[in-house]
Design a protein around this ligand. Sequence first.
Ligand SMILES: Cc1ncc(COP(=O)(O)O)c(C=O)c1O
Length: 373
Amino acid sequence: MTPKRRIPVYEPLLGQQERELLDDCIRSGWISSIGKYIPRFERQFARFCDCSHAAAVSSGTAALHLTLAALGIGRGDEVIVPSLTFVATANSVSYTGAKVVLVDVTEDTWTINPEQVESAITPRTKAVIAVHLYGHPCDMRPLLAITRPKGIKVIEDAAEAHGAEYSGKRVGSLGDAGCFSFYGNKVITTGEGGMVVTNDAELDSRVRFLRDHSMDAERRYFHPEIGYNYRMTNVQAAIGCAQMKRINAMVRTKRTLAQAYSERLRDIEGLLLPPEKEWAKSVYWLYTVVLERAFGISSAELARRLASAGIDTRPVFIPMHQLPMYATRRRFPVSERLSRNGLSLPSSPSLREKDIDHICGRIRRGKSGGMHP
Ligand SMILES: Cc1ncc(COP(=O)(O)O)c(C=O)c1O
């Protein structure tokens, strides 16, 4: 039987307000990287993150690369990165010529392990990238206690965590800079896009300089160093401004959906639910479960069974040390286990309660083998 409606892992929420601001860009002709929506989006996003500065860029990857470049990180330096992340985190370090130093994540946050960071520090360590994975904040207090006295910078990769909080403070405002993505499946979107937020005025102006081919503010076409074109367009920023009207509702909705999933899945043997530490407010970017042996089938098999019922899922990221360019002989068992056994479930803000009933019902049937053809 063909399923009636496929449930995607994620679909963005776009509507009349996005359409109106996009129409304005087209009517006015301001479709490139100059226009009123860029500074407006930057101001709104800085305020949302409780930061004094925000610079809009072309992607989350660009945000990370620019931040590292603006901090002067390059060849001969080391940057500590969790093995369990999306590849952009590690690649942004490689773009600068610095060395990626991997550490594992913790069982109870799925994010960077501060103790392993401490052991990985060498005289060459210039920065740590703290990835707030799947919308759950990293444990920032121990991380900052280790890095601050040594002058090591902490960059938050908050690509998946808009609106998440650590002890009541919004992510992005906790380290030296926060990098966000506005790709189509993120908490808010601009299609492609990113943002660097910081309370450091000097860092912000370096990011702005480098994102625009390092052009001298006083002398057009004078470029004293090699920069990049990492600008955001006014069209993207217009969508961003419209999305900012929804951002608080989006965070609330994602938390409500996560609660609905957890209520329905809590009693299933062998199914670990996503973490939320007592100091954390997660935004559950993708609601992700981990299958233990007691569940009876593998995450890949459950994904297949759900797909045949019209339900899309995503595997968890492959850890960096299992990719050819970052391969090492060291093992990162927590990252490996989460990657092997994790599965992200549909997490669109438009999901209805009856969709969640349907998905959770199928997970139960998948476990008991009832969905075998
Ligand atoms: C953890 C993480 N870092 C960085 C990025 C890169 O963002 P973008 O796709 O906007 O370049 C993403 C997502 O795509 C991500 O999930």
